[in-house]
Design a protein around this ligand. Sequence first.
Ligand code: ADP
Ligand code: ZN
Length: 726
Amino acid sequence: MYAQVIVDVAHSQVDRIFEYSCADGVSAGSRVKVPFGGRLIDGFVIGVSQTPSIPPEKIKPVAQVFDELPALVPECFSLMERISSRYKVPKASALRLFLPAEMRRGKVRESYKKIVKVGDISVPIPKSAKKQLALLEYLNDNSSVAAFDYSALCTQFGAQAVKALETKGAIQIIKEKINRNPFEGVVGEEITRTLTAAQQSAVQSIETSPKRVHLIHGVTGSGKTEIYLRIIADRIQKGKTAIFLVPEISLTPQMLAQLRARFKGVAAILHSGLSAGEKFDEWWRLRTGEAKIAVGARSAIFAPLENIGAIIVDEEHEASYFSETAPRYSTLEIARMRAEYNDCKLILGSATPSVESYARAVDGEYNLITLTERVNHRPMPEIIIADMRKELSRGNDSAFSKALRDELQNTLDNGKQAIIFLNRRGYSQKIICRDCGYVAKCEHCDVTLTYHSEDDCLKCHYCGAKYRMLPACPECGGVHIRYSGTGTQRVVADLNSLFPKARILRMDNDTVSGKDGHYKILNKFSQKQADILVGTQMVAKGHDFPAVTLVGILDADMSLQFEDYRSGERTFQLITQVSGRSGRADAKGKVVLQSYCPENYVLRYAVNYDYLGFFQNEVRMRKATFYPPYALVCRIMVTGENEEKAVAALKEVYSAVESLKNSDRDEFIFLTRMRSPIKKIQEKYRFQVLMRLKSEKYLPEFYDLAVKHTSASVLVFVEENPSGLS
Ligand code: ADP
Ligand code: ZN
């Protein structure tokens, strides 16, 4: 037999198929070790044949075959081709997406424990062997137990007695694989619900529409989760599998609990926060078919499932569905590929669909399903705008408007809970010398440092570098330092002095660590061990806390300041999502939205929950000014530690693009090259070729350019409709 192998080296020079001889058991999808250039390296078998395609004397044998069951499902090979040609990455890079990184490095293995099963307990035991007799009696007394824990028996009766009984045939000691179970504590009670009429017709529409992709646009609290679960249950019942994507799984323990309560061991979780062992086990449970539902963030789209019956992408508008490392894939695009391959439905859901997805739905490409009301006709929370300019002129320069303070007081008096949202962590965003204007910056990045009060230090939010707080200005020696830009730590400090009795929790990147970090905080809050939860966008995600009746949005328009065609869209989404946490149960909710430009149209639409109005306005603008989805924004990034080499590469890339433009002027709406707004991150200088194009026509050329100009010292990569231009 001969195996066609892709070696696990992500380099264009070895990006082809090599042939090795192999034993009969090897099949497509197997992971192998093969001799290559004088050493042994890992590879993937992508096909086998009876006859070689080159002279047999030139063929070396496969050195080792890894798994009994081929790790890669057959679909991987078709996706590998599509991904590597779409994003111009070596086939090995595309295949790597389908395997947990830890598994590739061979660091994790199955974990085993020994169990004891009872055999023939009528065997004769001498009276003197007291421990053996005691053990036999114990086994007899517990005859209903199918298997005993080996080490527990050893502790109780001694390892010798256990061994002796094994030798005599009274018991068998068996090595059994154990599954390391992530989020073990996260289980809820199984709730069976009758679908509301709206949910019912949504399910019906999905099942009967001939379209491949379905977009559920349902207001926050409209019960989208239940729709997903019904679809999944149906597919499982039909013997199929399902993929369920959520933006950040550790932020949605309630969703996880519901899933596990309903589907038990059939659901497996794929998440970057899991330990290597947990990931390994969950992944294999899916591969062997023991588990049939893959739940996870972006990378779970590569779950090793066959016979997929539905793919669900919750909160489809989230930026986290775009990969930030090569290949810079769009999860929705991969999801579409898999849905086509499996001929199954792809269901996208959001209270605030991305403009692009909604436009496709309006155009009829997607089946659009609209849920306009919350479950049980619960009202949407009322949004009150607090004009912070007026607050200032009234002499209130604190982070809280009078309206928000009053509402917080009411909420606390009523024994309810509040969420305060602010998208800035730390104590203050920057520190400025009042005498000379000096601003502290990171030594490795072109970024201002944030003051963190808890450890009295300055931190870089881009590279994580930590600096001691400055006793005085390093430029002029002045000691009058201004703290500018309130962060979450300061908000908590201010709330503590405003409401000394209130119990306050904070949730941001500094307070959470590990996969349980979020869970612990959210759990505490849901058990009402705190009155106020302060946090960054983490608090905006799909949480369902019945006692929350107030949401405060401290700086609604902060994201409007960025010069980016999507800033309006992002602001609308954020306001709607955070507001959606309020009043989800019986008591009506309120939202106080603080702004320095309350007349902004985005806020107007958000306050009225007018998604359609927002969308129509947005697409009108984007059409007129040629922005996505009516054009493509493309950025070719050129970065490197050596500034001269980076600039040289930038010039070459630019002139290649320019000559494309000169031959096809109509296609290019805009083209420029420049330093990126953040000039340096982690010692790497950043430059960009920025353009807007009428179509995706030249994308393959741009990806080729990136490959061509990437070297040991300069990294060049393409971003399509990037979610930020910093
Ligand atoms: P969404 O994801 O649309 O924001 P959820 O799925 O979280 O909404 O549902 C909102 C609330 O409504 C949850 O508390 C959920 O338990 C409840 N709910 C959903 N469907 C039903 C139903 N059919 N009957 C009763 N309650 C429901
Ligand atoms: Zn830095």
